[in-house]
Design a protein around this ligand. Structure first.
Ligand code: C5P
Length: 224
């Protein structure tokens, strides 16, 4: 129906930061609030999609009609996304990867709280986290029909977004100008870059409005 243009479609959305433990009480994380991803999950659900929201630690309520899976680390986020993609209910149609996944994790997590010691502060070595978006975008039977990534950039938004499109293998990139205050803020200025070369720019507007606009473009894509 007109009001539910994504009825029968399955979507997976990632949102929020990841938290990478150092020891049982400490960790590495970032300032992502999860607001944009939660708003996208809500907008897709409002349009009739069956939405699983794989969320890092945030202080946000689950949007109506959305199934949330809460995770902490990038490795857990990747496993939760893969579980959605291999659901016996069938392939997901839509993936929107808006999480601010930590690029690195501590390679050996201490089993107990690390103590201050006379020898000075500890040193940690980092290892790279899996790129969830690149994995989801890889060709294969589980690849969603439409994979959307985000690019938060302070300079050269178009060039960086286009490079990210080809490097990650996704279909669309939502380019996010973060030179202005965005993290945790209510508003967002974005441009949508598509693999076919078309772009669409939305004036700085609320994260809810950005999510509505993106969900409308997604619905158009499936109902063209
Ligand atoms: O490479 P960069 O982190 O700038 O790319 C951002 C995009 O890739 C976002 O869509 C983000 O959710 C996704 N990403 C991911 N897994 C990572 C790093 C980024 O899914 N490890």
């Amino acid at each position: 129906t007109a009001g539910r243009p994504l009825a029968g479609r399955r979507a997976v959305v990632t949102a929020g930061p990841t938290f990478e433990p150092i020891d049982p009480v400490r960790g590495l994380t970032n300032r992502s609030s999860g607001k944009q991803g939660y708003a996208i999950a809500a907008a897709l659900a409002e349009r009739g999609a069956e939405v699983t929201l794989v969320s890092g630690p945030v202080a946000l309520a689950v949007p109506p009609g959305v199934n949330r899976v809460s995770v902490e680390t990038a490795v857990q986020m990747q496993a939760a996304v893969e579980a959605v993609l291999s659901d016996p209910a069938g392939p997901a149609d839509i993936a929107v990867m808006s999480a601010a996944v930590a690029d690195w994790r501590i390679d050996t997590v201490a089993g107990g709280k690390i103590k201050k010691a006379p020898g000075g502060p500890p040193t940690f070595s980092l290892i790279e986290n899996p790129d969830i978006l690149a994995g989801v975008s890889a060709p294969g039977p589980l690849r969603p029909a439409l994979v959307v990534g985000f690019a938060a950039e302070t300079t050269d938004l178009e060039a960086n977004a286009r490079a990210k499109l080809s490097r990650k293998g996704c279909d669309w990139i939502v380019g996010n100008d973060v030179s202005a205050d965005v993290f945790g803020a209510e508003a967002n200025a974005v441009t949508l870059f598509r693999r076919d070369g078309t772009t669409q720019t939305w004036a700085r507007q609320s994260k809810t409005a950005v999510a509505q606009a993106l969900a409308d473009r997604i619905a158009d894509h499936f109902n063209a």
